[in-house]
Design a binder for this molecule. Sequence first.
Ligand SMILES: Nc1ncnc2c1ncn2[C@@H]1O[C@H](COP(=O)(O)OP(=O)(O)O)[C@@H](O)[C@H]1O
Ligand SMILES: [Mg+2]
Length: 303
Amino acid sequence: MALTPFGWVDEPHTKRQKHKKEILRLLRRKQNVMLIGPGGIGKTTMLREISDELAESAYYIESPNPPKSALKTAFIEIGGFHDDDLKEMKFSSWTVQQVVKELIKLCEGKNFVLVLDSLDRITVSSSDWLKELAESEVTILGAARKTKEEKELLDRFFWTAKTITLQPLSDREILEIIKAQVNDSLSPIRFKDKNAEHFFGKTVVTSSKGIPIVAVQMCQKARGTKQVSLTFVREELMTAHKASVKYIDLTPLILIAVGLIGALRYIGRGMGNQELYIIAGTLAAAAIIIRVLMPRRSRQRKA
Ligand SMILES: Nc1ncnc2c1ncn2[C@@H]1O[C@H](COP(=O)(O)OP(=O)(O)O)[C@@H](O)[C@H]1O
Ligand SMILES: [Mg+2]
């Protein structure tokens, strides 16, 4: 595919815009919606854009924790309350349950959308009020990184919600981000020549794999240098990106496995179980071979 960075015209129907339309359509029908995707995929960006679009009929909450203060701002905003009103209501002594009840009352007949970001940070007690809100007349638009532990908690809410998984952006969408970053009015990115600009665009598109935050971070790195050259892209940008790709350290797991194999050998011998003894011996030999090979691989990686 011949990429010509910065030369493409805007596409009217990107994947994200389709998602946005779909989300707005669901919310209008009072359907709870849950946005799912890894960190940096663009959940917060989407939530904020939708909150802006819905204006007064929506309220954006950055985090469900701590629950009372998270809901307090929403309650004040929707009710148009002042400090004196809160004092009169004795708000400071209210329980979270109470805040939720009053919030639901405030939203009655309003077709209101409560936008809840970072729901992966939710606790067991918070998931109770989330459930109550989700089953009320208030419509919820949530976002979360879905990990195994949180899944169980969130499932209590998910079943009422339509889940939308944000996919990585297309190459064109990433290019749009790069273009915006390069032409940033306050601090544009400067290039040595056209070649460097092309190479930079291509590298960011390929390395980001559609994850917007990676593209943004690479552009920020380029902004930090006086002039982006081919060498900069090759030696600073590409290597920094590779180094930041996490790899899981298996050493503790391997040590435990070796310990278990050793124990197994003793158990086999103690019980006079010849098979177990042989199997454990074979595993131990395999572990030693792996151990011998492992450091070489990591040395190669560092080079
Ligand atoms: N559609 C998009 N267009 C341009 N930039 C985006 C888009 N989505 C996300 N970004 C950028 O990517 C970064 C991470 O996005 P964010 O919405 O915070 O992700 P998440 O909430 O999923 O972790 C931000 O710097 C944001 O500006
Ligand atoms: Mg976010």
